[in-house]
Design a protein around this ligand. Sequence first.
Ligand SMILES: Cc1cc2nc3c(=O)[nH]c(=O)nc-3n(C[C@H](O)[C@H](O)[C@H](O)COP(=O)(O)OP(=O)(O)OC[C@H]3O[C@@H](n4cnc5c(N)ncnc54)[C@H](O)[C@@H]3O)c2cc1C
Length: 494
Amino acid sequence: MKARRREVLKGALALSALSLPWPPLRSGGALAAERTSVIVIGGGLSGLYCALSLADFDVDVLLLEGSNRIGGRAFTADGVETRPEYGASEVGPSYARAIYLCSRLNVNLIPDRRKLLPISNFVNGTWVASSNWAASNANKMPEGERHIPPLMVGMRLLSDMNPLENLTDWLSGEFASYDVSVRELFIKNGVSEAALRLASKTMDTLNSSSLALMQERTRTEYDASYAGTVSGEADSPFGLIGGQNEGEDAPAVRNIEGGTSRLPEAIAAALGDRVRTGKIVAEVAMSKSGADVRCLDGSRYRADFVVSAAPFSTLRNISVTPRFAGPQAEAVFRLGYRGTTRAFGVVEQPYWEDDGLEPSFFTDETIQTLTVVDKPGIDKRVFSVIFTGPDAARIDQLPNDQALALIESEIARVRPSTKGKLRFLSLYGWRNNRLVQGCRHMFAPGQITQFAQEMIVPHHRLHFAGEHARRVDFGMEAALESGERAAQEILGRA
Ligand SMILES: Cc1cc2nc3c(=O)[nH]c(=O)nc-3n(C[C@H](O)[C@H](O)[C@H](O)COP(=O)(O)OP(=O)(O)OC[C@H]3O[C@@H](n4cnc5c(N)ncnc54)[C@H](O)[C@@H]3O)c2cc1C
């Protein structure tokens, strides 16, 4: 079956090459165009898996990655002492494609043994241990809400209102009334002002579409149901450090041994010289006979099909002709993106022994969350300071050294016991990565109804992959899902 399909495909591609002669290779100072059947733009997991899936069918494919590093938002900071993950780290138990790829490419998956140390809270100018939160005067929420820990207010309330049962429910018109901002939904459902205030701090997505977040809750619950896990309950499907493993025999959430970057690197190694780095795509010009792709460095490529596996936040910087139109143009140019910025370091001395509070903490001031984690293989505990949404955007305005100095002094101001006991190592803000421009897509209210269906429909010879182009999954698995779908579309057309 596979062999037959391969024959048909090769025949079809060869026919198109023969019957539609391409323009001369050289004119003036232009570089010769390199010919291939499919160009994939973007070397994140979606683009890599798309290229690998096509290569499996003997399709000639070239992947162009703009930066000099492969992997996109799968990014292990190998040069930093504690090797923090700047991007993805958790492989959920229902990540079928990720698990398959790791096994195929001899990349080891290991149980996530990181342990998040308990969280205290600095709210309304008062320190409160999590165990005292419900009864604390700093807790201004009414009965029915006050039992929810500050960090979880937004997600818990939203989960309680989530009507979605199936993974594709979010695309059905039946739930369109939930395509409103989380804020609007909360107000309509009588959520208190105090809860809204906390949710706006812990849930930077308050102005995003409730429907999009509900899909993620449903997907998270599905993942958790796979292996008896407790799903991450903070403002992200990945939680603070995600699902907690319950016992030695239930490796619910797993990590990639040696760091997440090992997976994209292994896919790139399997693709060999079909992967080119340092190639920022500037233009895609499509005609009846093929697609011309030009990079900023002047290199040119000619292909039958192109896959954009770049986020819409950067696809909008590529000149594409014919132009996008209608709802798809709205999607490419207006889909929202969300930022996160994180500082990483090592706890030199256990400051919590001085003040008796829990080690990790949340504040409703400049510092959002500081997590202290026991990480296997590292003597000292590591910490990360996590900023999302507008808080991340504010930090991103500063150069890294100034941002780190500000974060350190702010932490020492609200929690004096930390002074001199935290050693900062690095800072990474995804909005400042100009080839990604955010940690993830995020539908604004109304955008699901407006363009979620149309946004991934092939545009002439251009197909779409990327976590934003998912239908049922999230995170790395969403990227792989979309890459696989784009490859299937092309195989189907050829
Ligand atoms: C902080 C953080 C934590 C996360 N945690 C998890 C987790 O624990 N588990 C999980 O499953 N997922 C997690 N994710 C999500 C996961 O990392 C992403 O969903 C996934 O890696 C996205 O892959 P992608 O291929 O869609 O996009 P990307 O990885 O962003 O790849 C896009 C690529 O396109 C390139 N590009 C852009 N424009 C151009 C151009 N013009 N020319 C050429 N190349 C271009 C970029 O350089 C980039 O390499 C996390 C993400 C972040 C940011």
